[in-house]
Design a protein around this ligand. Structure first.
Ligand SMILES: C[S@@+](CC[C@H](N)C(=O)[O-])C[C@H]1O[C@@H](n2cnc3c(N)ncnc32)[C@H](O)[C@@H]1O
Length: 218
């Protein structure tokens, strides 16, 4: 492992805005995010597969009266968002290091108001579809932790993942689906608040359109 990666991972142990295995809150946070961590009653919004957390940090700035948790399995990436949040004095954003498949170990039924999936890995080979964060295996978990009428959002450049997701959502049972294959050219453009993730910047610079959808669970 590179030195920078290691330094970032070590940094996570020292800061309070990263929850990861071995830290006290990690085991007890489920159902207690607002009471114990944020200490307010604001709506709780998740960014799953947040990487370096640009979207979580960006949304936390735009919405000071919402709480945000960026989730990713890679600690060195989370460390970048954590540092940014500390530098910007954003107390309404935290980061959780876990595999999303274990999301119900950290969030109780109805604890979450909204979920953003930002450029999740496409896992394009057929046998790996079950690892897609929009596979029904994941959707059923999101539905259980989400409040009724909470929105699920997806941004991706990958059309195969996007089409797969629409099919998966429709057979899972959702409502109020809106979608576009070219977010920046659509009327929905304002709904992503102009915040670009790292991967979004890379793909848009290469000229790929961003696909976006949102829906609610039935
Ligand atoms: C393509 S990157 C996108 C990162 C960021 N959202 C962006 O747009 O810049 C996908 C991220 O998903 C994370 N990831 C993939 N599968 C995951 C899982 N099952 N649980 C947690 N994180 C996952 C990876 O570690 C990686 O950081």
């Amino acid at each position: 492992m590179g030195r920078q990666k290691l330094r970032r991972i070590n940094q996570n142990a020292l800061v309070s805005n990263v929850l990861e295995s071995g830290k006290p809150l990690y085991e007890t946070i489920k159902g207690n995010w607002n009471e114990t961590y944020f200490q307010n009653n604001w709506p709780l919004v998740l960014e799953l597969a947040c990487g370096k957390g640009e979207y979580s940090v960006g949304l936390a700035e735009v919405f000071p009266e919402k709480n945000f948790v960026g989730v990713d399995v890679k600690g060195d990436r989370l460390a970048v968002g954590s540092k940014q949040a500390i530098e910007n004095q954003l107390f309404n954003v935290a980061f959780l290091r876990t595999n999303v498949i274990f999301i119900e170990d950290f969030f109780a039924e109805n604890e979450v108001s909204e979920i953003w999936l930002t450029f999740p890995d496409p896992f394009n080979i057929k046998q790996r579809e079950r690892r897609r964060l929009t596979h029904s295996l994941f959707l059923e978990r999101y539905k259980r932790i989400m409040r009724p009428e909470g929105w699920l959002h997806l941004k991706t450049d990958n059309q195969e993942l996007f089409d797969f997701t629409i099919q998966e959502l429709e057979s899972f049972g959702i409502c109020h689906l809106v979608h576009t294959y070219d977010l920046y050219q659509s009327a929905l453009n304002k709904d992503h608040f102009g915040i670009k993730t790292r991967f979004e910047q890379i793909f848009t610079e290469k000229g790929f359109p961003v696909h976006y959808l949102r829906c609610q669970f039935k």
